[in-house]
Design a protein around this ligand. Structure first.
Ligand SMILES: *Cc1c(COP(=O)(O)O)cnc(C)c1O
Length: 607
């Protein structure tokens, strides 16, 4: 039985969440950590004014910042304490309320569903076991059945560096009882695996909750998997890849547990609230049904070739582009022309999302516009926004590069305003609500196999943007829904990326074979865009030459060609309009109402 060294109060803060048409109100309960004894009066009166507040500060620091950086040992410790605090507070509250209505916990799996949103609350599996066994006196095996019956886990990424694991010594020091419980769970699972005789020693090692070799670590993804009755991915492709990559061996042991719930977006925020112009136009055309059921947007399909409707649709888009142009002018002092194509990539900055591919293509286009001024270039504004994690060096450098390229291109009279590049700072949901409705082209160009789902892709499609993208994440299902004529797919597929990575590919040869790409890379790495620091981007570009992990060189020609095909489409105004209307008409399936309904029915057994 655990005797904790630290005690804090979890104070509940409730926010009512009013459902559509006010039919239901749910409670969102968030927790704040408060000291039990705000000031140690004896210490204070004895003259130790700082020490008297030490306990109080330690408690409040638990919830001062969500997801504190875990680059240092102190950061790691705070982060694990925070994850435990939030998990334990919610579990104790759930169990307390369950006992107000029912005699015991045998009905917990029927009455309660706990959905782990990624591995961050995965310590809940050990904590629920501890509460059931140590506080409420259940036997280990019964507690295990109840825990697994109640908890389910959603995986959000396959990137190995994003799967949490904690050093065993840290875990043991902070949560010794939980460590014992995890060892007991591990013994049970590994025995079960060995009994089947289907697993090699290597496979048994990969199933283990403890990573051995070098320093020992607790694998939170494996803990979340074995403690859950359902493990879901967030797009069809991501779910398929889960089964053959991170969770291949656990899937072999528990083949019925992995399932798919493709992400969705709420049409209340991402159509009605952010785009009142389009919402009004749709109501005029097909009535109000789509407000209750987004799949009713299909009725718009029959207006896709109606030239009067096409004009109204384009007029709404133009108004939204004027609003964004005004925001860019007032916030950044940059003038952009609403009749140019607005080509937008907004998302967290990460190498796998390939903002670098996009900006390299901008540099190549810049070069072409200058060297072939006689051609009819389609006027474009390439807009970017997004934040990088504070310690992610290359991501920060990519933001700097976009800004450097923007300054050079926007001030070069030879471009004649045909190309502008804008990096809008401080990306957040409010900014997205202005940018999404104003997009003509949506950039969803991740290295295939690396984006679990994406939801930005869905927001843009719903608001009538054409997508240029790889067959990754939910882009695959978007193509299936909108039809392949209404989306511009390019580049390597997930299996091709995997094969190139195992067989080794030669980016240097690819670059030497592509004049445009070679020119653009050499301009960037030689300092054309950073005259104040000519080597600023040499290492970043050298990474493409030497290994090209994210397939920027490998996909460049296909991407550039797809962009020129988009230009051709843009010049056929009626064909463009038809495609954008069909995007709005056919995105209804990506409503989060559909997603939540599937969770309720297929995982929570509720509804
Ligand atoms: C939708 C959204 C995201 C997710 O965008 P992806 O393109 O799917 O990565 C990130 N940040 C904000 C502010 C969003 O609104």
């Amino acid at each position: 039985v655990w005797k904790p060294a630290e005690r804090v109060i979890a104070a509940a803060f409730d926010t009512p969440v009013v459902g559509w048409r006010g039919k239901r109100v749910n409670t969102l309960r968030l927790w704040s950590a408060q000291p039990i004894d705000p000031i140690l009066l004896d210490a204070f009166n004895a003259g130790d004014h700082i020490g008297a507040l030490r306990e109080s500060n330690k408690a409040e620091s638990l919830t001062r910042v969500l997801y504190p950086a875990d680059a240092t040992p102190a950061g790691q410790e705070l982060r694990l304490r925070q994850e435990f605090f939030f998990s334990s507070a919610s579990l104790q509250d759930i169990l307390r309320r369950h006992l107000q209505q029912y005699d015991d916990f045998t009905s917990l799996p029927d009455k309660v569903a706990i959905q782990l949103n990624d591995t961050h609350p995965a310590v809940s599996i050990a904590e629920l076991m501890r509460l059931l066994c140590d506080v409420h006196g259940l036997e280990f095996d019964q507690a295990w059945d109840i825990t697994r019956g109640t908890i389910a886990y959603t995986n959000h990424t396959l990137l190995p560096e994003a799967l949490e694991s904690w050093p065993v010594p840290l875990f043991e020091r902070l949560l010794p009882r939980h460590m014992q419980i995890i060892y007991a769970i591990n013994a049970k699972v590994l025995l079960e695996a060995r009994k089947t005789k289907n697993f090699s020693d290597t496979e048994i090692r990969s199933i283990s909750l403890i990573e051995e070799g070098g320093s020992r670590r607790v694998r939170m993804g494996n803990l979340a998997f074995v403690g859950s009755h359902s493990i879901n991915g967030v797009s069809a492709l991501h779910t398929d890849l889960m089964k053959v990559t991170v969770f291949a061996d656990l899937h072999k042991l528990y083949p019925d547990r992995i399932n798919n719930k493709t992400n969705g977006i709420t049409p209340r925020r991402w159509l009605q609230q952010c785009n009142p112009g389009l919402t009004g136009l749709i109501r005029e055309a097909i009535g109000d049904d789509f407000l209750d059921d987004a799949e009713k947007l299909r009725a718009l399909d029959k207006f896709a070739t109606d030239s009067a409707f096409q004009e109204k649709f384009a007029a709404v888009k133009r108004n939204n582009k004027v609003a964004l142009a005004n925001l860019v002018a007032s916030r950044m002092g940059v003038k952009i022309d609403p009749s140019a194509m607005f080509d937008i990539q907004i998302k967290r900055i990460h190498e796998y999302k390939r903002q670098l591919l996009n900006v390299i293509e901008a540099v190549a286009l810049y070069d072409q516009i200058r060297s072939r001024p006689e051609l009819d270039w389609v006027p474009r504004v390439k807009l970017f926004a997004g934040k990088a994690a504070p310690s992610y060096h290359n991501a920060k450098l990519i933001i700097k590069l976009i800004n450097d390229v923007a300054r050079t291109i926007n001030n070069d009279p030879a471009v004649r305003g045909l190309l502008k590049v804008v990096f809008v700072p401080n990306y957040n949901v409010s900014l997205a609500e202005v940018m999404v409705p104003a997009a003509d082209l949506s950039e969803q160009i991740s290295t295939a196999g690396m984006e679990a789902s994406g939801t930005g892709n869905m927001k843009f499609g719903l608001n009538g943007a054409l997508t240029i993208g790889t067959l990754d994440g939910a882009n695959v299902e978007m193509r299936d829904n909108v039809g392949e004529d209404n989306i511009k797919i390019f580049g390597l597929r997930a299996d091709e990326v995997a094969n190139l990575r195992t067989d080794g590919h030669n980016p240097r040869a690819i670059i030497e074979g592509s004049h445009e790409l070679a020119q653009a890379l050499s301009a960037i790495s030689s300092g054309v865009f950073s005259p104040d620091d000519r080597n600023r981007y040499s290492e970043l570009i050298e990474g493409i030459y030497s290994h090209d992990w994210f397939m920027v060189a490998a996909d460049f020609d296909a991407y550039a060609q797809a962009q020129r095909e988009v230009d051709e489409l843009w010049n056929d105004k009626s064909a463009w309009s038809e495609k954008t209307i069909r995007n709005t008409a056919r995105m209804g399936w990506f409503s989060s109402d559909r997603t939540i309904r599937q969770y309720a029915k297929e995982i929570w057994r509720a509804g």
